[in-house]
Design a protein around this ligand. Sequence first.
Ligand SMILES: NC(=O)N[C@@H](CC(=O)O)C(=O)O
Ligand SMILES: [Zn+2]
Ligand SMILES: [Zn+2]
Length: 349
Amino acid sequence: MDTLTLIRPDDWHSHLRDGSSLTQTSADMARYMGRVIVMPNLVPPVTNARLAAEYRQRILRSMQDAPRQFDPLMTLYLTDGTSAEDIREAAAIDWLAAVKLYPAGATTNSAAGVKSLEALYPVLATMEEVDLPLLVHGEVTDAEVDIFDREAAFIGEHLAPIVERFPGLRVVMEHITTADAVDFVKGAGSKVAATITAHHLLLNRNDMLVGGIKPHYYCLPILKRRQHQEALREAATGTDRSFFLGTDSAPHEQEAKESACGCAGVYTAHASLELYAEVFEEMNALERLEDFASLRGPDFYARPRNEDTVTLRRVAWEVPGSIPLGDSRMVPLRAGETLRWQVLDAGAA
Ligand SMILES: NC(=O)N[C@@H](CC(=O)O)C(=O)O
Ligand SMILES: [Zn+2]
Ligand SMILES: [Zn+2]
């Protein structure tokens, strides 16, 4: 198979950042994605509908000729101060898609995150009532818990109790990295889903650590052992419709990652569908890429599927060694390496 045409995909988890970074990040996303769920972890965070509306305008303005299909869907950052009123206001806005939970200190720009989840149960009850999905960065932050165990611990300590207490709440476990998460989502019923990134499908912790430490593979949740990577590959390419595309593309300046204390995040927006296509091809599952990338996400979010298409072609191309990020540069995944697939016809106007 040398060409693959699929319904236009959407990215259900992405970091576009702000200011001059938007020139690159929005353009990469808009190249062929339809809807893009934009994470709210700016400094300061996007905590209410007004801030989300202003951020959305900055994203749309960052592109001189935004393709017709590009539709940023915004999220609110859940904090200890989020009110039921914030939730009701958000739920009334079509482009406001969900509320994002970051446990305080779990990841990049999460200092404003939630300290006690249980104290926010009344807010979750309102979200359940108005059917506004909860997106979670699923890692505990206790210093005693090993970094490789933090996702599994979060499921048992926090996620399972939430799902049990709020059975009508739609929950997306974002960027899952373990077989534990795959098993939990499979057993949790139709209101619980998960996004899977291209880098967690392509890499495991050996890729990051053997033969020298690779800062551009460092992200959170951290890459796990090979068995977990294989469970993710089976889930993404399998028939369970709870698993769908979310790149977690997370740009950082080159110097911030190539550092004695490098920050977490992998940039994949320059080639997201192409990277997923490599995995699906390796798994002999290219025919299921459309379901994963373009159908399961809108079905879960109860939004219409896109109607137009994009076409991947087997045309080798080299990823640049670095690309602009505002006034600086960043190193995207597979920098300087050759990719097998390319989106040549994105049908964008
Ligand atoms: N994934 C990451 O490693 N980093 C993300 C935050 C996140 O999604 O956890 C970022 O904003 O840089
Ligand atoms: Zn996260
Ligand atoms: Zn993220």
